[in-house]
Design a binder for this molecule. Structure first.
Ligand code: CLF
Ligand code: SF4
Length: 496
């Protein structure tokens, strides 16, 4: 059957209160059937799945039991895109209704997460009431939670009762001295505990919670916020330790800190990492762990595919009037999920065959190249350059094609072509693609084509609707055949 067409939507607003993780389909191969069933349609735990399946968050957890220097939980900040930010707080019955409305209208939505705007486990009644009702009334939806870990050991038993297979713990450090620079205080046993002592308790609780979840067979993803000069040198050790304890995935996310967010780091001018610094650390950690590279740092009320936010379609006033026959919705969802699984399997088989052919072909000796891809999902190049609010970045090399990250950009054909600071939105978009040598999209206009070429980025609209990895490799081979990727020439250029 034909799969439903996903809307081209604006990029998402931020998410997991202490965010989340994902494996590539290649990494799924070695998993047991049981674990594969848990991750193969989870858009955060499987990189492959994020092209097809959506997630949603319900913002039922306003309170938090710690303070992070990168957080300011103010509401109604519709332009923000970082964890902790949310527009509409919900009570459990509203959250259940909203979840069922989304599931009925976006059948690709497979996962409901609670990720804020505070810490879900610091709001146990609202969080567990939502999970309890959903596990009974919408059993086809996977349940997922993201926590800072302080209250985790006491919640593990309750989590296991509600069929929650996926828990994310945000672990930024193992050393309390590093922790004291990230967490000014925690609220513990009815007291505020500051500095190193507070960080020590938090770290102990996180590690204990991780061990308890693994012992229960619950998949654990660890999120870490990379803060240059604070914990960046320490995170490889975090990766090694959490892997040794049985965590399934590690998601190293860049710090988002701007003065206008009102966070301590924002106001103090603490910078986030550059895309290169982030990639270097993710690569350093990937020797020890499966790394998630497709996280969008979603809002605590995000709805839709990763990278889009359809929350406006499901505000309380809109869902109030929706009549939902969830039994009928479940049947429809099942048919659609089966069709998606079939399509994913056939794409996987085609990809394996092309990787096989690539392995048999004479090995290229060319240098790696970064390429940007405009896509709205389903693993194909299907978006107009001018409609893309984010680009997926792939690296092509003689070893093959690998996903690196995503980069958000402003929508330059929104009618307002100015971005302030004298730069047009198109100029900002092109600056966002710095380091990439080609951009693959379904279509592109003359003006951006010229400007991309002037910036040394080759526009390419010849692979519309083709699978991303195959198209990226085809363009790489064309560049190699044209002598653009010769190592010696690259070195000459670098020393010129
Ligand atoms: Fe939400 Fe987090 Fe579950 Fe995903 S998000 S609770 S694991 S369903 Fe995913 Fe969003 Fe990144 Fe979180 S992209 S911020 S990792
Ligand atoms: Fe904000 Fe609390 Fe999440 Fe830290 S743990 S990011 S303070 S909501």
């Amino acid at each position: 059957m034909e799969l439903p067409v996903l809307n081209e939507q604006p990029a998402s607003k931020g998410g997991c209160s202490a965010s989340s993780c994902g494996t590539t389909d290649d990494q799924l191969g070695h998993l047991s059937d049981d674990i594969r069933a848990k991750v193969e349609n989870h858009p955060c735990y499987s990189e492959d799945a994020h092209h097809y399946f959506a997630r949603m968050h319900v913002a039922v957890a306003p309170a938090c039991n710690i303070q992070c220097h990168y957080c300011n939980r103010k509401y109604d900040c519709a332009n923000e895109s970082r964890p902790g930010v949310v527009s509409e707080l919900l009570m459990p019955d509203q959250a259940v209704k909203k979840t069922m409305a989304v599931a009925a209208n976006i059948p690709q939505m497979t996962v409901l997460g609670i990720a804020g705007p505070g810490d879900p486990l610091a709001n146990p009644e609202r969080t567990f009431e939502t999970f309890r009702r959903l596990s009974e009334e919408a059993p086809d939806i996977k349940l997922c939670v993201s926590t800072n870990g302080l209250a985790l050991p006491d919640a593990v038993e309750e989590l296991s009762k509600h069929n929650i297979d996926h828990v994310t713990i945000t672990i930024n450090c193992l050393d309390p001295e590093v922790g004291a620079k990230i967490y000014p205080w925690i609220f513990w046993e009815n007291k505020r505990i500051h500095g190193i002592e507070g960080a020590r308790i938090l770290i102990e609780q996180q590690q204990k919670g991780l061990e308890m979840l693994v012992a229960k067979g619950i998949l654990v993803k660890v999120n870490s916020v990379m803060i240059p000069g604070v914990n960046d040198k320490h995170l490889a050790e975090v990766s090694k330790t959490v892997k040794a304890k049985g965590a399934f995935l590690h998601n190293v996310m860049p710090l988002i800190a701007e003065a206008e967010h009102g966070t301590f780091y924002g106001v103090m001018g603490q910078r986030g990492p550059s895309p290169e610094e982030l990639m270097e650390l993710q690569d350093a950690c990937s020797g020890d762990m499966n790394m998630m590279r497709h996280c969008r740092q979603c809002r605590a009320d995000a709805v839709g595919m990763l990278g889009e936010d359809r929350g406006d379609e499901f505000t309380l006033d809109k869902i109030e009037d929706m009549e939902i026959d969830y039994q009928a919705a479940m049947e429809k969802r099942k048919v659609i999920h089966e069709a998606i699984a079939e399509e994913m399997n056939s794409k996987r088989a085609a990809k394996a065959e092309s990787a096989n052919l690539h392995a048999q072909a004479e090995k290229l000796t060319t240098r790696p190249v970064l390429m940007a891809v405009a896509t709205s999902g389903q693993g194909v190049i299907n978006m107009h350059f001018g409609h893309a609010k984010e680009f997926l970045i792939y690296e092509a090399s003689p070893e093959g094609v690998r996903f690196i990250s995503h980069r958000k950009t402003d929508l330059y054909c929104s009618g307002d072509d100015s971005c302030g600071d004298g730069e047009s939105v198109l100029q900002v978009t092109i600056r966002t693609l710095e380091g990439c040598e080609a951009v693959l999209c379904s279509k592109i206009g003359f003006e951006p084509w010229d400007m991309l070429e002037q910036a040394g980025i080759m526009p390419n609209g010849e692979h519309a609707m083709e699978p991303i990895e195959e198209a990226v490799m085809a363009v790489y081979k064309e560049m190699a055949a044209a002598g653009k990727l010769d190592e010696a020439k690259a070195e000459q250029r670098a020393t010129a």
